[in-house]
Design a protein around this ligand. Sequence first.
Ligand code: HEM
Length: 412
Amino acid sequence: MTDIDDTHTDLYGPVTDWANDFDHAVPEYNERAHEIWAEFQATECPMARSERYSGLWAPFSHEFVHEIAYDTDHFTSQGVVVNTGRPMIEAPVGPAPPITSDPPFHNIARRLLLPPFAPKVIAEWEPEVRRLCNDLLDRMGDITDGESIVDGATQYAQSIPVNVIARMLGFPTEDEELFRGFVHDVLERINEPVEERMQFMGLLDAYLDEQITDHINNPRDDLTTYLMNVEIDGNKLSHEHVRGSIVLLLIAGIDTTWSAIGSSLWHLGTHPDDLSRLANDPEVMTFALEEFLRAYAPVTMARLVKEDHDFHGCPMKANDWVLLPFPAANRDPAQFERATEFVIDRQVNRHGAFGLGIHRCLGSNLARLELKVAIEEFVARFPSFTVDGDVTWSVGQIRGPRRLPLRVLATS
Ligand code: HEM
């Protein structure tokens, strides 16, 4: 388990006014997210603003999030994780293509990544993911019904995606802890001075340079080799492009799915009727999977404003950050019936958990596979459990439990 580094310098401190001094990196935000979104969605202009991060906006309605996500004329993806600085590698490529790329380059960089994430390729990973989940469950040791407490986040959810993406990239799985550290640095330590951020980003780049060199010296068939050999118009990708795409896959592949698995377990551990339905009627998983993704979407992305822009009366300035809280859009009553309820067999579910617009998640087949298998195996082993103890939530744009004590009430 990655220990959270509490020694860092938080430049901003607590929030007292969510509408005018918004900050998603204070612990209270992810803890109370559903409440905060509902409060904004009940107002006439569901948009928060802040001077923090040198200018930040946060829309909370499906309509606003949808409009910004599709508007690549006024908003650039050059930076997708809000922080105190601004990206040094400019659009259209950006530091982690294709997520940081704008049209027309975005489409070129995205197409390169489609084959390794195609449904058939990903489906082959299912037995491995099941085996991994069962290993983790076995490692929890002897369980006594009604007495044993396991941590659904640290002993289970956090290890599944990291292991799969490390193996896809051909990186040592023993470095699992290191990867979680990188993810924590990039996604959670966002309110630190630019110099500190540059320091830990430098460590990530250095690690990836080593891995790329190792792939040159010891060629093997994996995603890193694929990226090193794939071509655009007859030319191999630059070293920076290869490394940037690996940064993206490592970060996008780990924290997102780990958070989705953890939040789904949290839901089941606090809603016994849904847990019992899933345990007794596994077929409902087809719908439950999409409802976990809608109701507990983990990923909020960001954009930068290209030039001064009046957005529905909000005077956005060039280089302001704009958050895209897809999770809030997924719970907007103006878009979904019974939006704030978890409806386990919801039939129509056009959620935006994987994003809206041209950057829609490329790893969604893998994410769905990992989430489905992780929940199926957990519920098959522990058909009854309940959240018992203090839950800790992540900080920042990816929302999910980081400590999740679950008391096992029944084993199969
Ligand atoms: C439950 C898990 C996941 C969720 C909720 C999720 C969500 C998202 C979202 C919201 C975006 C859009 C970003 C934007 O608009 O700026 C995105 C993009 C992306 N995701 Fe995921 N993701 C998940 C898992 C994964 C996994 C496992 C991978 C691969 C290992 C992955 C790879 C990507 C890539 C490469 C993009 C960029 C696509 C582009 O820019 O065209 N994601 N994801």
